[in-house]
Design a protein around this ligand. Sequence first.
Ligand SMILES: NC(=O)c1ccc[n+]([C@@H]2O[C@H](COP(=O)([O-])OP(=O)(O)OC[C@H]3O[C@@H](n4cnc5c(N)ncnc54)[C@H](OP(=O)(O)O)[C@@H]3O)[C@@H](O)[C@H]2O)c1
Length: 314
Amino acid sequence: MIRLGTSDLEVSPLCLGGTVLGWTADEQRSTAVLDAYTEAGGNFLDTADMYSSWVPGHSGGESEETIGRWMQLRGNRDGLVVATKVGKMPGLQGTSSSVTARAVEDSLRRLRTDRIDLYYVHFDDTAVPVEETLSGLDTLVRQGKVRYVGASNFTADRLAESLAASDRNGWVRYVAVQQEYNLLHRTEFESGMASVLAEHGLSNVPHTALAKGFLTGKYRPGLTVDSHRAADNESRLDARGLAVLAALDRIADAHRTTVAAVALAWLAAQPSTASPIASARRVEQLADLLPVAELRLTGTELESLSAAGSVPAR
Ligand SMILES: NC(=O)c1ccc[n+]([C@@H]2O[C@H](COP(=O)([O-])OP(=O)(O)OC[C@H]3O[C@@H](n4cnc5c(N)ncnc54)[C@H](OP(=O)(O)O)[C@@H]3O)[C@@H](O)[C@H]2O)c1
């Protein structure tokens, strides 16, 4: 287990992403994936109130509801670390204190629980003063509805500003961030956020850890992939994408493991990472990700992956 940032939450080495639950994974498949994940020792679930509002006919909340039904069915809430997010739900957007006060009640109801372990603001809402966002979150923690708070998709400067505002006012402080970070998407995170996290002892729980499936190795030149994510991924087969796949293939062969597990292990080895977040819409997909828990890459392997990820795209 891994200590999450400045909290006392202990999380497993893979965080299960919730976007697919109630979207590309129906109820039966979602239940099977959640069961397989916990049977393998996983305890860290990531969702958001707005998942999967982008699907025609969905209104948001489908992922939280799926998790809520499953936790009630299995009676396992106390053994889990449940993270959700506020700010992007259609009709309930932003991070003003009135929005977070309403949104938390909705999330608690859908999740069928009385507390959220980690409540992220889904984006940095610059239309709301930092102080208002934080005082609203502070109230939720004092009320016992939320245990810890986190920030997602922030810049380093705005994170530092928020931490300073918490300290000045004696309010709850962000314990972790959730930023996009993977072998193909590094500059934004490494150019400033990483040092602010190190300075304050915060963790990153990197999202889109598999680059929406590209880092599983299933996208190859000349192949057509049947996936809702295919349109985002075919353009990644450029010089950098191919260099990363070649390095992943070589290292996965050497360890007799999967390409996806190697991509996640690289991320897990980065200094601020707590647990990478990845989603799986079937149990067979999840099985390819789980070896990250035991996989340790050598320094040379980590360097060669980093070098491949630094190749110019074209
Ligand atoms: N904070 C934020 O703003 C934010 C943004 C994005 C994501 N997130 C979080 O991060 C999580 C992960 O991101 P993500 O779900 O977008 O993408 P991801 O984890 O980078 O990629 C997962 C996708 O890859 C495919 N896949 C997984 N395992 C596979 C395998 N073994 N073989 C072949 N394909 C496989 C599946 O898609 P297909 O089978 O459909 O191809 C799966 O849904 C989300 O669920 C969410 O919790 C947060």
